[in-house]
Design a protein around this ligand. Structure first.
Ligand code: C5P
Length: 227
């Protein structure tokens, strides 16, 4: 069977990764969460005091980019790939609200984007990949055979992200999560380099009122039509 690239973009917490994982499993494809890569760079920047409340040391971060190695490795327990930063499994550390607060400013830095996009394009050379993010259909794989653009109301998205954080034991308020989701979207759509925008040929899926199963069925059927 022909192998294709499936690009899934959209706003924060629209459930891109949930459906991308399901889809990759059903098709026997590789799943890559590019948000985890931006989050890993953010964690590195936080650990080196290059980003914090009210500051981002862009030039110093650029100089240190060659020290950042990111890779994914399958976690046999969850059957999904975990993200590693310089050999350390940082899957849990990159999901905190603190990392979420700094990741969008970090993702505006062009040198960071260049480095990660290059790695993402290499990962897709063999096709058979489902990749989610903000610029996959527009910048990383403009020729992807199937492009999806996911949306949902900000309140629905914040509610989902809040539930996820609580489940992981991070006790944050719903209001803080909502504010983070809205702020990140604002930065993502307005940045100069690779802003979040629906690719011309992308199919928009508003999942505000879809169950996970309905959403998955819809996307699986679109994928099968493209293969
Ligand atoms: O997908 P996730 O919410 O984990 O992504 C975290 C942040 O990383 C986004 O808010 C965005 O600022 C950035 N990002 C990006 N380009 C991508 C993936 C994520 O700018 N391809």
């Amino acid at each position: 069977m022909k192998k294709i690239i499936i690009a899934i973009d959209g706003f924060s917490s629209t459930g891109k990764s949930t459906v991308a994982k399901q889809l990759a499993k059903a098709l026997g494809y590789v799943y890559i969460d590019t948000g985890a890569m931006y989050r890993a760079v953010t964690l590195f920047a936080m650990n080196h005091n290059l980003v914090g409340q009210g500051y981002l040391r862009e030039k110093e971060l650029e100089e240190k980019l060659s020290e950042i190695q990111i890779h994914f490795k399958l976690n046999p327990t969850t059957d999904v790939a975990d993200v590693y930063l310089n050999g350390e499994n940082v899957e849990r550390k990159v999901r905190t609200l603190e990392v979420s607060q700094y990741v969008s400013p970090i993702a505006t830095v062009s040198a960071v984007r260049r480095k990660l996009v290059e790695q993402q394009q290499k990962m897709g050379e063999e096709k058979g990949i489902v990749m989610d993010g903000r610029d996959i259909g527009t910048v990383v794989f403009p020729k992807a055979e199937l492009k999806l653009f996911m949306t949902a109301s900000a309140e629905k998205r914040a509610r989902r992200r809040h539930d996820e954080l609580l489940e992981r034991g991070e006790h944050v308020s719903y209001e803080d999560v909502l504010e983070n989701v809205v702020t990140r979207d604002k930065i993502d759509v307005s940045r100069e380099d690779s802003p979040l925008v629906k690719a011309e040929s992308a199919i928009e899926i508003d999942n505000s009122n879809l169950t996970l199963q309905e959403q998955f069925d819809k996307i699986l059927s679109l994928s099968k039509k493209s293969i």
